[in-house]
Design a protein around this ligand. Structure first.
Ligand SMILES: Cc1cc2nc3c(=O)[nH]c(=O)nc-3n(C[C@H](O)[C@H](O)[C@H](O)COP(=O)(O)O)c2cc1C
Length: 467
């Protein structure tokens, strides 16, 4: 049997030190250059050299202003702020790479499906099939109030709406244009055969979109679909739609529980458990000896901004921690923000976390697990999480950018390759093929996008095309 192959994503955001709060002060960090194209092209080239599947670009559309009910602490400490547009650097990066994918975060709560479908199809064309969409429903109140809502929609309603959002984009991507619609026939002055391009006539609870899709089918048609559902409703959403799932945990036990549960939910949706690739997020801290790696960890921790991390954690959990004592324990409660982020500290079976301890942990890699050690030790942990935890790959967070990527690519990737658990060459040109094997450019027939139907007036399209 072939050894299980792992996949890798590099986690980044269009802000200074977005996932390690305060690390913009570190001498090795380049995050304050995030507004320059060269920052992005360099990071993309590093990841491609390391044969990463994709760069995963996170995004929020608002400020972390739960803490002290103000955006000012977040602004002072650069807490995912400034927050530039994540989509715009992608075509520049696609121009200097050939195989690296780009998984971009766009909120299904605030985007319009018709416009989002157009934007991602355009990028999928420009990158020759290397685009993924990280589907989020958004957790910050400050996003809602700046984008036309009086307040954040309730958590589960956000997912109900996102379900219909996906139905609309599936119709646009998979059904609106038949294969071969563009014929470029000069004789008959025909660019496209209009009989092969269809309105979608979507009339639902949340969206009314007549169509047709504005863009002809891109290499992958539907971009690769990523999601990060953690709640029961979020997991069901992931099980139905996602091809890749991002998770954040402290422990192997938590990963095991998640992967087992999600695979079961996926089966219940009529899909194969292996149709979803699960990517725990890790922050690697590499040293030439274990001692050096732990010293590096302490040194990185010293650059974390305490108040900035309080603002981050308050935004993630929806709790204003300015009212807490640093030695106060974080208690279980229900939140409309990110329940999983609160549960990391409130429901850890191994220990009770004080606020102070949680801040120390959350400031590096947004609270995710740290793999600290020599390249061999980090590879050991990766193997263990892949084998025992049933993880398909890893989402590599950074302490300083792009230095954490560079160190991982220089030291850990060769070790993974030596062990035969990681590619030495890309399998193919499109992102979906790199994730699922050569030939799987399009979604499999078991995916709900393939079952969505539009009425074309005189006929219901059942199978427009074979993939
Ligand atoms: C690794 C990782 C990255 C995430 N990136 C984003 C992001 O960029 N933007 C965002 O709004 N939410 C992001 N989230 C939050 C998820 O979209 C989701 O809200 C969260 O995991 C909670 O799941 P739930 O909505 O099912 O409770 C991320 C979550 C994880 C685990």
């Amino acid at each position: 049997m072939m050894t299980k192959q792992i996949h890798l994503n590099g986690f980044i955001q269009h802000s200074p030190s977005p996932h390690s709060t305060g690390l913009w002060k570190h001498p090795k960090d380049q995050g304050t250059n995030h507004h320059r194209i060269s920052y992005w092209t360099e990071a993309a080239q590093i990841l491609e050299k390391g044969k990463f599947d994709a760069m995963f670009i996170a995004d929020v559309l608002g400020t972390y202003s739960v803490y002290q009910n103000s955006f000012k602490p977040a602004a002072q400490h650069a807490v995912q702020f400034p927050a530039h547009d994540p989509v715009l650097p992608i075509s520049a990066m696609a121009a200097v790479t050939e195989n690296l994918g780009f998984a971009v975060t766009i909120s299904a709560t605030y985007a319009q499906p018709y416009a989002l479908a157009r934007q991602l199809s355009t990028l999928d064309h420009l990158s020759k099939g290397r685009i993924a969409w990280n589907i989020v429903t958004s957790y910050l109140e400050s996003e809602a109030t700046n984008l036309g809502l009086p307040q954040r929609l309730p958590h589960d309603l956000r997912y109900d709406r996102a379900d219909e959002f996906l139905e609309v984009v599936y119709k646009l991507w998979e059904q609106s244009w038949e294969d071969g619609a563009i014929i470029l026939d000069q004789e008959s002055d025909t660019f496209a055969d209009p009989e092969k391009i269809h309105a979608i006539h979507h009339e639902g609870e949340f969206f009314h979109v007549p169509g047709p899709h504005l863009v002809e089918p891109s290499p992958q048609r539907t971009p690769v679909l990523f999601q990060a559902g953690a709640s029961p409703r979020g997991r069901d959403f992931a099980a139905k739609h996602a091809e890749g799932v991002f998770i954040k945990n402290h422990s192997l036990e938590a990963v095991k529980a998640y992967t087992a549960d999600l695979r079961q939910r996926t089966r219940r949706q009529g899909r194969q458990p292996e149709d979803i690739k699960i990517f725990p997020m890790i922050l690697p801290i590499v040293g030439s000896t274990e001692k050096e790696a732990y010293e590096k960890y302490e040194e990185l921790t010293n650059h974390v901004s305490y108040e900035g991390t309080l603002a981050l954690l308050s935004g993630h959990t929806g709790i204003d921690f300015s009212t807490y004592d640093p030695n106060q324990y974080i208690e279980e409660m229900k939140t409309e923000a990110v329940q999983g982020n609160l549960d990391l500290y409130a429901k850890d079976p191994k220990k009770r976390w004080t606020l102070q301890e949680a801040v120390k942990n959350h400031g590096l890699g947004n609270g995710t697990v740290k793999f600290i050690g020599t390249p061999e030790q980090i590879a050991d942990q990766i193997e263990q999480w892949a084998d025992e935890g049933d993880a398909d790959g890893f989402n590599i967070a950074q302490a300083y950018s792009p230095g954490t990527f560079q160190e991982f690519v220089d030291h850990v990737v060769p070790e993974l390759q030596k062990r035969g658990i990681y590619r030495t060459e890309y399998e193919a040109g499109t992102l979906r093929e790199n994730l699922y094997g050569k030939g799987s450019v399009h979604l499999p027939s078991s995916h709900p996008a393939k079952k969505t139907r539009i009425s074309t007036g005189n006929k219901t399209l059942t199978t427009i095309r074979e993939s």
